[in-house]
Design a protein around this ligand. Structure first.
Ligand code: TYM
Length: 339
């Protein structure tokens, strides 16, 4: 392999420009904070995976570019430095498509069929009455495209939330299969998941997700954050202040743990002992969240005020990503016997 042992290890990660593109605090705490921490130590690539968004949004393809800009603004506002870590859009580096095609030839259908996220998406689309025609070949190949994203940079580690574990597992399986068939080209990418933020809960107690409508967004105003938190689920059996709470399953307590790692234990003890009410916990969480999100909000507004500069950053990111991607593709083509 080309890398020497003292070369900086490489990491890649990506997020989908779903909906308007704005990221939520599950994306932020589950993955993006780790990217920011890792960008100095590793050679890091920050992808915005617009082709993945197309697997379910093919009727809205015209809206995806604007959503990509929103994701880019959130990456930068959270502290990604594009000079250190290229920020780029997947569709601007065509090598993702070439590697996806080649990997699709060696990926057994059975592996894709048993991926839980495929089954989930298929069930949601059937439930919505969208019918069989909305379940495309591309949707089924989603994990294969994700494997291509990762392997194209010969990444050693991939910082993600826990919901991506199955996708990482299949990426490793595809890497192993390629290496067995054609020779050692790819390192096996390891997932990098933070324990306390592996699954950030949404306001209704399920995983925070755009599609559940239970998310707090990085771009939400202080008032929006307040309204959302004041309506969040707490312990259902805690009706009065003196009733004992169960912080382990209370959304407000869980978010407090993420945003107040030093102080949350006292509030949890009081909650359990029936010494504090949920309204007090909610009010305190609103202040803690808004204090943490305010600088990010201001920065993202500043960034979005200069679209031309943002597009320049993405074009530069794509150029740098492409260089690495081209090197990998030369190794891949040669291993497979293509010119
Ligand atoms: P996506 O866009 O759904 O989510 C982006 C990242 O945010 C994490 N995440 C969460 N973490 C904790 N708690 C939550 N509630 C929560 N919600 C989301 C996700 O785990 C992820 O790290 N398939 C990927 C996109 C992708 C990708 C890749 C990721 C495409 N190619 C290559 C890594 C490497 C996805 O849909 O993530």
């Amino acid at each position: 392999m080309a890398e020497t042992s003292n070369a900086r290890k490489r990491i890649l990660s990506g997020m989908q420009p779903t909906g308007t593109g704005a990221l939520h605090i599950g994306n932020l705490e589950g993955a993006l904070r780790n990217w920011v921490r890792m960008q100095d130590e590793y050679e890091m690539y920050c992808c915005i995976v617009d082709w993945h968004a197309l697997t379910t949004r093919y009727t809205e393809s015209g809206e995806i570019w604007e959503a990509c800009l929103q994701v880019a603004a959130d990456y930068l506002a959270a502290g990604i430095d594009p000079k250190k870590a290229p920020v780029f859009v997947q569709s601007q580096v065509k090598e993702h498509a070439e590697l996806h095609l080649l990997l699709s030839m060696i990926t057994p259908l059975g592996w894709l069929e048993r991926i839980p996220s495929f089954k989930e998406k298929r069930d949601i689309m059937v439930e919505k009455g969208e019918g069989d025609e909305s379940i495309s070949y591309g949707l089924m190949g989603y994990p294969c495209l994700q494997a291509a994203d990762i392997l194209l940079y010969r990444a050693h580690a991939v910082p993600v939330g826990k919901d991506q574990a199955a996708h990482l597992e299949i990426s490793r399986e595809i890497a192993r299969r390629f290496n067995r068939l054609y020779g050692d080209v790819f390192p096996e990418p390891q997932s990098h998941i933070s324990e306390t933020t592996a699954v950030v809960p949404g306001l209704d107690g399920r995983k925070m997700s755009k599609s559940y409508g239970n998310a707090i967004y990085m771009a939400d105003s202080a008032d929006e954050v307040k309204q959302k938190v004041m309506n969040a689920f707490t312990t259902p059996t805690k009706l009065r202040k003196s009733d004992p709470g169960i912080p382990e399953s209370c959304v407000v307590c869980q978010l407090r743990r993420v945003y107040d790692p030093e102080g949350y234990l006292t509030s949890w003890d009081e909650d359990r002992a029936g010494e504090r009410g949920c309204v007090q916990s909610k009010r305190e969480l609103v202040d803690i969240l808004n204090a943490a999100l305010e600088p990010i909000r201001l920065k993202r507004q500043e960034i979005l005020a200069d679209r031309a500069e943002l597009e320049r950053i993405l074009a530069d990111g794509a150029d740098r990503a492409r260089e690495t991607a081209e090197n990998t593709m030369r190794l891949v083509r040669s291993a497979m016997g293509f010119k």
